[in-house]
Design a binder for this molecule. Sequence first.
Ligand code: F6R
Length: 331
Amino acid sequence: MMREIIYSLPEQIREAAGSVPERLFRNRVYDNALICGMGGSGISGEIAAALYPQVRITVNKDYLVPGFVDKKTLAILVSYSGNTEETLANYGQLLRRGIDMVLISSDGKLHKKKAGRKIKVPAGLPPRGALGYLFTPLPMIMRRANLIPRDPRRELQELAAFLAGQRDRIEEMARGLAPGFAGRLIILYADSAAFVPVANRWRCQLNENAKVFAHYNVIPEMNHNEIVGLGRPEKFNPDTSVIFINDPLSHPRNRTRRRLLKSLIGNELPAIVEISPKGKNVMQHMFWAIMLGDFVSYYLALEQGVDPLPVVRIEELKRKLAGHRQKIDKR
Ligand code: F6R
């Protein structure tokens, strides 16, 4: 089932691109957006923030919303289940501050809230498998709120068509790559700010689908710290894979940094893989690479004999937390 879910990303995007109501807002003028959400829901906000660097978008992944948030802020709360307590805590604070909110969920408590404009996405998926439904409304909402200048619908439709044309090849590539990562520690490097959410998505999907630990960082920042510790302790090096997820539009200096880094670490960490995304714009590059990572995590799960669907520890922790009665909203 997870394979079909991953495969359905283009359809999700196509469907969701037509689902945001034309009239979402009164005449309020916004100058920034706050996108709240955790895990498989919150990553949609990270992707949106990376795609629209010209807009002030803050992604919030904690109980408290930042102090700067005011009436000029449009808040978008994303929770697939609608029951994530951090996001629900954000709702309460935003409501008290009188902030306009759009609530994206498939159901749950968030969907039953009185305030806020609601966008309902189809239920029955693991949240991380609903990325198309959760991400696509974000540019649409930001357009309706006048935060971005151009209607993104065409670009989203083109993205869906592009991915639909690429997905068999992407899947094939993932099937070839995944066995090489079995039983190994995976370190992911992005070479631009735009690709940080892509590397993060790879990490999350490797964590949740393949049930393995993975780490990510970004060039150039990691050149100033992590580069020194990379490959230490040495005993893990024979079992470590380094994956560079290359942004075709990254700064040329970052590309040079990547090449130099590779030659610096190549002797100690020889298992290096480079991913070169396809596409004609940054949105296509990002989602091409995301789809590849999703499929890699799926085939790695199969390779290692684990079921990609259940995320037992997440559920267990949520259950245990529910048993701890604490005042969540401190303010
Ligand atoms: C599960 C997953 C998780 C959830 C997260 C928040 O597939 O990806 O990271 O997304 O625990 O839950 P929701 O998305 O329901 O707000």
